[in-house]
Design a protein around this ligand. Structure first.
Ligand code: ADP
Ligand code: MG
Length: 395
């Protein structure tokens, strides 16, 4: 796939409009987790070295369109950036009709989702955004799966549209893992619900050598083998789909391993005690909240033998201390493996942080939904836009 890259363009003297993902948690006006902002700093610094003027835009949360909402203002981000970059980053509340900006200045445009038409990719809104710049830079992988005015529409209209370094890096790493993987390729898909990840499971079954399911998803697979899952989170209406996937995997010779033992609780609670049970011995009044020690050991072995590991979704309720061991074991096995490993997903990243294993994972994606859609083999709308624009660009 060919897209123009910001690093390859002559930025000199140009006005750049960069779409970043500054959707960070904020408490009392202070940014409480700066991962996403930090990830964008190299892009901003590179742009500053060359470009004349820098306009940054991002969404924050899910405000109602058409009105300013102080709770979802990007003011804390402007404050953070000013401090971090050691220069004033001005927050512009009304920016669609043009922004006064001097060479060398950085302006942060207020939350793009305050604008009516953002989510519908309104053409007029996109045109107003595009008229602010000479070059549009899409650098927000986390929103690349959404065809909004600030991610796709503006790129179609701006004089030039290119990928920022953060987005390029993400596309390269994911492309490497998916299109030319070191075999055997293993995918671990956990999390709460099969329904949100059914199409991912289908597509991964096709392209991986081994698939492991975890969490609430595994519970649905346990039920699909005719076992009792008691009070556990599972999706009865998707048991048929789980059976079909099990059959397909069996035909392909890989199989989808269903946990042999689990940790159960007598209530869905942080202080519930964990009891190890063989999977066939789970009782009707129990909740399966994690995988058991034997299953952990089996998964660790599969992970050790893999050439590529793709991980999305915790295999247990890792937020509860007693039910964190399964996810911890998976995270540590990936951390210690020599495989090219890639992880993504909001809760997956929280688990990686919690267990302090980030250093041993080859690539941690910033995207949740975008990561899953990429893994499914879908072309992300913002990437499709960049490819189209690259094809028009005179070389
Ligand atoms: P990600 O954000 O990484 O894609 P998901 O949002 O799909 O992951 O799922 C994460 C959630 O799944 C976590 O909050 C975790 O507590 C929950 N979960 C995992 N295993 C179970 C289980 N056995 N029962 C209930 N919830 C579970
Ligand atoms: Mg999640």
């Amino acid at each position: 796939m060919t897209v123009l890259r910001m690093e390859d363009l002559d930025l000199k003297g140009h006005r750049l409009l960069i779409r970043e993902d500054f959707n960070v948690p904020v408490a009392d006006g202070i940014v409480t987790s700066d991962q996403r902002i930090l990830a964008a700093i190299p892009t901003i610094e590179l742009a500053l070295e060359h470009a004349a003027a820098l306009l940054l835009m991002s969404h924050m949360g899910r405000p109602a369109e058409g009105a300013f909402n102080p709770e979802l203002s990007l003011a804390p981000v402007a404050h953070y950036l000013s401090k971090h970059l050691g220069r004033n980053v001005r927050l512009e509340r009304d920016w669609l009709d043009g922004v006064k900006i001097q060479p060398g200045e950085i302006v942060l445009c207020e939350n793009v989702r305050f604008n009516r038409g953002e989510k519908d990719n309104d053409k007029d809104l996109a045109r107003r955004m595009a008229s602010l710049c000479d070059i549009f830079v899409m650098d927000a992988f986390g929103t690349a799966h959404r065809a909004h005015a600030s991610t796709v529409g503006v790129g179609h209209i701006a004089p030039v549209a290119c990928a920022g370094p953060l987005l390029s890096r993400e596309l390269d790493a994911l492309g490497r893992a998916l299109h030319d993987p070191q075999r055997p390729m293993l995918a671990i898909v956990g999390g709460s619900k099969v329904s949100t990840k059914l199409s991912v499971l289908e597509s991964l079954l096709e392209r991986t050598d081994q698939l492991i399911v975890g969490g609430g998803i595994a519970n649905t697979f346990i039920a699909a083998t005719g076992r009792e899952v008691g009070q556990s989170l599972y999706q009865p209406d998707l048991v048929g789909d789980a059976q079909r996937l099990l059959r397909l995997a069996h035909e392909r010779g890989s199989g989808i391993p269903v946990p042999v033992d689990v940790l159960v609780a007598s209530a869905f609670s942080a202080d519930a005690t964990a009891t190890v049970r063989r999977v066939e011995e789970v009782r009707a009044d129990e909740w399966i909240l994690d995988i058991g020690p034997q299953t952990c050991a089996e998964y660790a072995e599969i992970i050790r033998d893999a050439g590529t590991v793709l991980w999305n979704g915790p295999v247990g309720v890792f937020e509860f201390e007693h039910f964190a061991p399964g996810t911890r074991a998976v995270a540590q096995a990936i951390d210690q493996s020599t495989a090219f490993s890639i992880a993504g997903g909001g809760d997956t990243l929280a688990a990686i942080d919690q267990f302090g294993v980030g250093d041993g994972i080859s690539y941690i994606s910033t995207g949740g939904g975008a990561f899953l859609e990429f893994v499914e083999g879908k072309t992300l709308p913002a990437v499709a836009m960049l490819q189209r624009r690259a094809a028009e660009y005179p070389v």
